[in-house]
Design a protein around this ligand. Structure first.
Ligand SMILES: O=C(O)CCC(=O)c1ccccc1C(=O)O
Ligand SMILES: [Mg+2]
Length: 326
């Protein structure tokens, strides 16, 4: 006996600088719950405003159509779905089928705002490899270069992931790198998307020896992964990329090319982050995922994120916006 339910959540948040152009004060999303006799599978469908092309209303309408098909044992055409719907639905189905192992990788790379004292504290709690992520490209590139130098100087066992979100012209990118001590450059694990185009970013890497990673580029029209000098990683945001199958293919391609694959947050609720932590442990066990975003929220949803003390909202507190069985 099958049943499908869509819950809609709304959680208070402050996206801060993570989103740059849009400051979100509230996060809305859907939780899909599939039941098949005693088996249950859940997934989160949460288009991210400013990043996803689809709205939550569009995602809900499409989810309802898909779920109706699933209830009738129909085939789902994954490639025709919005990425957020494809991801949430495929995660719920995979969980229903017992495909996603329960164990998660909750060692998220801490996102730091630029205050070294705060980071030193966060890092002291991290077991094993010390990696942190800093957003760059928000202020003067020279300032970013100085901040990166300072962190790497103060913490000799620290490695950094940087993310410029395509904010630097080649000139600004060069101003940044001129300020980074050449001896420190190899401790930049990667710099995501320094320049507006992938070609400019690759050129930057060639000139500076700083490794780069694709994030936005993965979502460019017609993108296919190729091995390029200087490219060391891809950052995969499943909510923006699509089904679990698409995620798996990207991870496999990256690993085949010797690239690191990093599962990362699109600011899902603590529920969605738990799913991502499990997927990260399952598909990219050697890589620390980029999931340090729960603190942007005012509440958690259904499942706690380890160490997070925010109040908990449960699915029973959420509105059921759709429910059906065959
Ligand atoms: O990747 C991470 O470590 C955290 C997530 C993150 O930075 C992010 C989250 C939502 C939208 C865009 C981005 C981004 O990579 O810029
Ligand atoms: Mg990024």
């Amino acid at each position: 006996m099958k049943q499908a339910t869509l819950y809609r959540y709304s959680l208070p948040m402050d996206s801060g600088v993570i989103l740059r152009h849009s400051r979100l004060a509230q996060r809305d999303g859907l939780i899909v719950e599939l039941k098949d006799f005693e088996k249950v599978g859940r997934g989160e469908i949460a288009p991210l405003p400013g990043f996803s092309a689809e709205t939550i209303e569009q995602a809900q309408t499409q989810s309802e159509l898909c779920l109706a098909q699933w209830l009738e044992d129909g085939e789902i055409d994954w490639d025709s779905l919005y990425p957020s719907v494809a991801f949430g639905l495929s995660a719920a189905l995979a969980e229903l089928d017992g495909e996603i192992p329960a164990e998660g990788n909750f060692l998220a790379v801490p996102l730091c705002s630029g205050d070294p004292d705060e980071l030193v504290e966060k890092l002291a709690e991290l077991p094993g490899e010390k990696v942190a992520k800093i957003k760059v490209g928000l202020y003067e590139p020279i300032r970013d270069g100085m901040v990166v130098n300072m962190f790497l100087e103060i913490l000799p066992d620290l490695r950094l992931r940087l993310d410029a979100n395509r904010q630097w012209t080649p000139v600004k990118a060069a101003q940044f790198s001129n300020y980074v001590n050449p001896a420190f450059r190899s401790r930049i694990a990667f710099l995501e998307e320094p320049c507006p185009t992938p070609e400019q970013s690759l050129e930057f890497s060639k000139e500076t020896g700083i490794a780069i990673a694709w994030d936005e580029t993965l979502r460019d029209e017609g993108f296919s992964l190729e091995c390029k000098t200087g490219l060391s990683a891809i950052v995969i945001k499943p909510t923006l990329v699509g089904s679990l199958k698409t995620v798996k293919v990207l991870v496999e391609q990256a690993h085949t090319m010797g690239l690191e694959a990093v599962i990362s947050s699109s600011i899902e609720s603590s529920f969605g982050l738990n799913t991502l932590a499990r997927i990260a442990q399952w598909l990219t066990p050697e890589s620390v995922p980029g999931l340090d975003t729960v603190s942007l929220f005012g509440e958690q949803l259904e499942q706690t994120w380890p160490g997070c003390e925010l109040p908990m909202k449960t699915l029973t507190d959420c509105e059921v916006v759709w429910q059906a069985h065959p």
